[in-house]
Ligand binder design. Sequence first.
Ligand SMILES: [Fe+2]
Ligand SMILES: [Fe+2]
Length: 348
Amino acid sequence: MTTEPTPQSTVEHPHVINGPWTREARERAIQDEVREAYIEYFRKAVKVRNWLPWDDIPLDEVRQYGHLLSDDTITLIESFLGIEDYVGDYVEDAINIVRGNRERRNIQLVWGMEEAKHAEAWHLVLLHSGRRTEEQIRAYRDKVGAHRWRMREDHPGLDTPLGIAVYAMFQERATYFNYEELRKRIRLEYGLPERATPEERRRGYQVGAAAAFNIVARDEIAHHGMFLRIVDIHKKYLPAETLDMIFKVIQGFKMPALYLIPNESELKAALERTRLYTPLKHGRSVANPILDALGFENKRALERAAQEAKLLPPGCGPEHVAIGRSGEFVLSITPERTQVTPRRPQTA
Ligand SMILES: [Fe+2]
Ligand SMILES: [Fe+2]
């Protein structure tokens, strides 16, 4: 007499990884979690941040208040038009770098759709403020288009799937900070208080160009949050190389394409006069909040964690490892483990 073999379940749970923490198992776990991050990001991009530059910026007010903006503010907006207008190169470069990874490719496509709106927004603000003509803006954007941006030329060593995620996590937060600062500056020049007035809150959008900066800044902080989540997922499954990459980026961060924009020297002079974005402000408002969100009290803690991660025994998974805020690793190994259920990431 024979007995039927016990049927094996063929249904896989996305967060149950069988077997030891091989490189393949880690990459599979990353892919599964990045897919969830992608779906959530895509959903919000389309259903929550569903704005259009041609419909959602109060252009009549941009025209009414445009003459109040200083030349430095106009230079800064024009420079951000240039940086944003390299979107085609950012997307093309990133898609080639993440080739073979569907989730990361799709993130770059949706991200590019959102980013493409930003240059259009600054184009409209410059034009309707009455400070640049359509001809001038076209000539400026044509000069931008005459150059090609590449990650490996602007930021050598960051042209890997992990490198572009870590870099984007910093760049998006820095862009958010710059746009928030510029929004406050515009409000000051318009003669408005820094925060939205009760009337602006009631109607749901700020005055003129401040509305545009408020909307675009919201995109940028959402992008930051999405890349932070991607980096956090990598840190969980591949701590040594992820922490190394974060340390590398934090050491030498600079904004993209600055050397390529047509008004580079005017931008430098405007930044010196306005102090819009200084190394001190970068530390306080960009690098430190990122370190905090990744669970580190300072850069020294990150450096320590990056060193200690290299000493982890092979086969250690996220269920064995906790990292303290000062960068120390705490290990707990249970050898009888047969199944691993990774935790969900803490950041959103
Ligand atoms: Fe942008
Ligand atoms: Fe962005």
